[in-house]
Design a protein around this ligand. Structure first.
Ligand SMILES: [Zn+2]
Length: 155
C-alpha cells in the first residue's frame, strides 16, 4: 500500500491549522537579558527581540494587542533605526526559541501538533507580502522547525 504524505499549508491564525501560525494566541514566557517576560504570541516575541529589553520599544511591541500591529510597528523608520544590529544574524534562532516555548508551554498546542502525524507542514499563503519564514525566500524554515519539534514531541 502506498502511503502518501499529506501537506498542510498554514499562515494566518484561522481555520483548522491556524494553531500553527506564529500569530495564534498561545502565550509564552521567556527570559530576556535576565528578566522573565510574557509574550502574547510567538510573533510578539520575535518582533520584540528586534530591540534590547532595556529599550522602551521592546515593551511597546509586547503591549500591542494584535501581533500584526507589532510586526508593522517595527517597520516604522524610528523603530528600524534602533534595531539590534545582531538581530538578522540571530533571527532564525529567535524564531526557533519562540516556537519551542509555544509547544513546551501550551500542552493543547503540542497535542494539536502531534495530531498532524507525519504531514508535511508548509508556511505559505497568498496574503502576506513575503510570508516570513515560509516557502520561497524563507525556504519553509518555520514548517521545517515545526516538523522537528513535532518529531521530538512524538518520542
Ligand atoms: Zn503568509
Amino acid at each position: 500500500m502506498t502511503d502518501f504524505l499529506q501537506e498542510i499549508r498554514f499562515c494566518l491564525p484561522i481555520g483548522k491549522y491556524g494553531f500553527l501560525s506564529p500569530y495564534a494566541p498561545f502565550p509564552i514566557k521567556i527570559t530576556v537579558e535576565g528578566k522573565l517576560y510574557d509574550f502574547p504570541t510567538v510573533e510578539h516575541y520575535y518582533q520584540a527581540m528586534k530591540f534590547y529589553a532595556s529599550d522602551p520599544r521592546f515593551q511597546t511591541v509586547i503591549n500591542l494587542k494584535n501581533p500584526d500591529e507589532a510586526r508593522l510597528l517595527t517597520k516604522n523608520p524610528e523603530y528600524k533605526i534602533n534595531r539590534r544590529k545582531d538581530f538578522d544574524k540571530n533571527k532564525f534562532a529567535i524564531m526557533e526559541q519562540g516556537l519551542r516555548a509555544k509547544f513546551a508551554q501550551n500542552p493543547e498546542a503540542a497535542e494539536l501538533l502531534k495530531q498532524t502525524g507525519n504531514a508535511v507542514l508548509i508556511k505559505a499563503c497568498e496574503v502576506c507580502y513575503k510570508c516570513g519564514f515560509g516557502e520561497g525566500s524563507g525556504k519553509n524554515y518555520m514548517g521545517k522547525t515545526l516538523m522537528k519539534i513535532r518529531q521530538e514531541l512524538q518520542k
